[in-house]
Design a protein around this ligand. Sequence first.
Ligand SMILES: Cc1cc2nc3c(=O)[nH]c(=O)nc-3n(C[C@H](O)[C@H](O)[C@H](O)COP(=O)(O)OP(=O)(O)OC[C@H]3O[C@@H](n4cnc5c(N)ncnc54)[C@H](O)[C@@H]3O)c2cc1C
Length: 401
Amino acid sequence: MNTDYDVVVVGAGPVGSTAARYAVKHGARVLMIEEHASIGSPVGCTGLLSKRALEECDVEPLNIFVLNKVRGAFVHSMDGNCLPIDGRETKAYVVSRKMFDRTLASMALETGADLWMNTRAIGLENADSRQILSVVRNGVHSQIKAKVIIGADGVRSGIARMAGLGQVKKILPGIQIEAPYRIADPEFVELFVGSQAPGFFGWAVPVSEEISRIGLAVDYGDSECALRCLDRLLKENSHIASRYSGGMLDLIVGGIPIGPLSKTYAQGTLIVGDAAGQVKPTSGGGIYTGAACAKIAGEVAAAAALENDTSAGRLSEYDRRWRAKLGRELAIGMKIHNFIGGLTDSEMNELLISMNKPSMLETITMYGDMDHPSILMKKMLNPVNSRHLFGVLRAFAKAVL
Ligand SMILES: Cc1cc2nc3c(=O)[nH]c(=O)nc-3n(C[C@H](O)[C@H](O)[C@H](O)COP(=O)(O)OP(=O)(O)OC[C@H]3O[C@@H](n4cnc5c(N)ncnc54)[C@H](O)[C@@H]3O)c2cc1C
């Protein structure tokens, strides 16, 4: 068996599969390894993907993974107020992550990548301009040689750590159940802001008219804290309590890494996706951003391998290019995250009330973009709109821009 590859991608999540596909497209011999015996399982995700996220992954919204279509959101504050945001057309899809991940992995295989399942990376060394990856495959230790390793191994990336690139500093604990839930409208997600999900938000995302994914992430505390908050949200939020009568079909616990690594390359190694913290700090969504960066990683890894120059200097092209595409948006997203997370319940209530005006709602409909919140922020802060807002939004402008 040949164990000498141009590029080895560690992790066959959506980001790893996209990186592998792009590396093959750019001429490299590519192997993906996945520690589990099944693609897309287990997976910690709500599966809410914008239209742009699917486009970035080069897939149509196929019936095989799309469970529901979403066009807007109802945002619920602690005082019981609700801000309705209607995008008036499909803005996002609720997907089965298992089938979505399998679709992307199949695309990588069809392009020509190899895939080893049940294969866990446990060590990384550099020798003679080759990366030596130690793995345990079906319980047996072995080594794989590669010119470039792409670490797409998720939120607690071992590859980033082994390459001396550290780990993402801020990981928000998230928890979610899938359960019978009479959603107000299956085309709208429900969001719950304020101290019911300290520092982030809660959600009910309809999988169908009868079933939703209900969860939250928090900025303070650990997964125990997130669990307690979800328990309280389910029992004490009267909107949820009137629609949820108990029980669950699925439970996931996961971490959302926000704030990218300061360096995402080293000699012979690139880090991408959750492993690199390429996640939107405003929503916790990582598929759009991860896929966008994975394409660049695949292309740069293949080019460097074929040129036989896998030095850190050569691979830094990846870091420069993904930051040029997404760095500013992620940085503004982090400021928005910190600002919103610091609001008191009454400030958040006021903010929602002040946004619930026809002109503001029209602005949100026209410019709201779950992948690029900075576009809406700029529009909201123009003098015509900001007339309607309280001092809280002025403070917001000061903190964010
Ligand atoms: C509660 C929650 C809800 C979320 N909701 C959304 C959402 O609605 N929309 C959205 O866009 N994002 C969402 N996200 C984020 C999203 O799940 C991630 O951004 C996305 O999965 C990142 O993809 P990835 O391929 O980088 O990593 P992953 O999907 O985590 O894939 C990494 C893969 O690497 C494998 N692996 C790890 N270590 C090794 C190893 N040593 N050897 C071999 N294989 C290894 C893992 O088994 C896994 O298959 C959510 C996250 C959480 C926690």
